[in-house]
Design a protein around this ligand. Sequence first.
Ligand SMILES: Nc1ncnc2c1ncn2[C@@H]1O[C@H](COP(=O)(O)OP(=O)(O)OP(=O)(O)O)[C@@H](O)[C@H]1O
Ligand SMILES: [Mg+2]
Length: 315
Amino acid sequence: MTGAQWDGYYRGDGVRRAVDLPEAPPWRTFPRQPMSAVFQPPPGLREAVNAALWLRRPLLITGLPGSGKSTVIEQVSAELDFGPVLRWHVTSRSTLTDALYQYDALGRIHAQRLGAGDDGGGADDIAPFLQLGPLGTALLPSPRPRALLVDEIDKSDLDLPSDLLDVLESGEFEIPELVRYERDEVRVRLHQSRDTAAVVRGRIACTQFPFIVLTSNGEQIFPAPFLRRCVRFTMPRPSPEALRALVGAHLRMDVPEGGPVADIVRAFADRLEAGEALAIDQLLNAVFLLSREGAPQGVAREELAALLMQELSRA
Ligand SMILES: Nc1ncnc2c1ncn2[C@@H]1O[C@H](COP(=O)(O)OP(=O)(O)OP(=O)(O)O)[C@@H](O)[C@H]1O
Ligand SMILES: [Mg+2]
């Protein structure tokens, strides 16, 4: 299909044709490839991450959409062997308890009814109805710290940052359902895993403070007591050189200083400089579609560039 018209797949004529799609961009192949090898840390980020690691404090990363905030932790965790990143995607409905553990009380009652009259061995076992959330899993005692992404904390209910602070200060929490439970030790499932961990008398206390990244687009102003307990970093506006390196890393090639890719990068950098809100994904999309063999030329190229590079705040 090389050299095929870039837009020759869907034609809008309703005629059936089971053609193979073109090769996907390297960052859109599935299963997802880890981003740790291609992430290019902006100036100052390395120091901020190291400060957070030394101080055992969460790192609060602020910045524009698509500036790489959610990707930082993948590289840190891969480099320092913290295991798979635990992800907590915060919304206005998120609660601290959900992030610590989930208890399916109704499911347990149902199972108790079904099991009534059997030998009593397993019917009232609470373990299948409990699961740790991302934060609860990150606070389990472990030989190495875990990495926890608290993504988009600025979308949370106003009380959440302070609630979270309490748990992060003490590094421990209780599961009341287990504190009251008849057996001392219960094995509880971990977040997004089939593994279990032993919880004794309902109390979980970390032995290694997790590496935590909190991300924010700046939609919420956090209280001072919260801010003072975090290391804070704002993603800087990337320079044209940084953008070239980043595109090269994603496309796995060296981007020369002149030529079509460099031109797209420069146009993107100029718009950022002028204060427009554009995401790095948009640059990657534009480079992928506009710099390939058979890419549209002339007016069609301008139109495609405009389609891909629409400013975010005007969405
Ligand atoms: N410094 C960088 N090096 C390499 N790739 C980057 C960099 N910054 C961003 N990207 C790429 O840009 C895309 C968007 O990054 P990411 O999702 O981390 O942004 P974000 O700041 O979390 O955005 P949002 O606020 O919308 O959640 C990802 O595909 C990521 O790989
Ligand atoms: Mg993000």
